[in-house]
Design a binder for this molecule. Sequence first.
Ligand code: NAD
Ligand code: TDX
Length: 340
Amino acid sequence: MKRILVTGGAGFIGANFVHHMIAHSDSEITVLDKMTYAANRQSLEGLDSKRVNVVVGDICDYVLVNELVPQHDAVVHFAAETHNDNSLHDPRSFVNANILGTFEILEAVRNHSVRLHHISTDEVYGDLELDDPQRFTESTPYKPSSPYSASKASSDLLVKAWVRSFGIEATLSNCSNNYGPYQHVEKFIPRQITNILAGQRTKLYGNGKNVRDWIHASDHSSAVKRILESGESGRTYLIGADGERNNLDVLCMILSLMGKDENEFERVADRPGHDLRYAIDSTVLRTELGWRPQYTNLEHGLEQTIAWYRENRSWWESAKAQTEERYRSQHVTDAVGVAR
Ligand code: NAD
Ligand code: TDX
């Protein structure tokens, strides 16, 4: 796996993956990224320019994708529209990037016989009750709830069909909620951290009982590297680090780590269709491929993440005002009409 094409490499997890591969392999990487609002060029600064090349472009661009794919040994496909709240207001961009974009990547890896690893999410499985003893496994049926998760589920199904019908060499992974450096301030954890750093109140959707299964982006990267090296074509691997917490607990942890009173938050309108709980059983990845997460203490991982946002204000400050403005304009069009 010497030459790797990383789609979406200027986004949160893609950038963490590029840093991980540069530090832990001798790969040469081409990033293909459209540089949407979610991308940040600064996330790739300081990397060896002999090993990392950035191409600004769209995965839906047939000509560009077919020019780049054959120059590589593998494609790791992160590029997507990723924010659930946005998918409720602009589903078209999710269908375009996540479904049609994945289709173009699939056709190119098929035409040029290049290995693919497709990055997906646990949200394709829908949600679990809070007291359900089950967690998601590789055989859980798909039951996505939002336009975002439905578009990711569609992209997964396309990949599986291209493996079965055309024999392409591809693996898939479905991972739980990531946190860590370089995450856009629209997402839950960075939104709360940067609200506190900017002197604003933190925002909790609904009653805060919704559970997410947190994993550090660096552990997601090491899992993807392991699958690229040893995964079996056609297989799906679930990636998770046993990090289930409800949103209220995570918010209280952030407030306390940042020296604030645990009551200093605002309850805002809930997300329509809000998934209740996600939980990943990553036994297959651990037993078959021997993967282990390094970040097993969420509080410690959050402490490091808070320090990163404190020390890298220039990375997030310009996106902050725009993001909060987008939240304000989105809730105006919501039926509930309460500030989010
Ligand atoms: P992100 O929104 O931070 O980054 C997405 C990147 O894709 C951006 O750099 C954007 O510019 C790029 N992009 C979007 N549309 C594009 C297009 N048409 N052509 C080229 N580039 C395009 O997302 P993320 O959180 O880093 O997620 C990356 C992948 O991981 C996604 O596929 C997502 O579904 C998956 N995932 C995310 C999480 C999570 O917790 N964030 C969990 C599991 C899986
Ligand atoms: O301000 C907020 N307050 C709040 O309570 C925000 C932005 C979110 N929330 C809640 C909603 C969710 O229950 O926090 C939880 C996490 O929200 P997000 O960060 O928006 O993530 P989620 O919707 O769970 O999806 C994420 O994980 C799976 C990523 O955005 C997806 O791309 C990934 O597939």
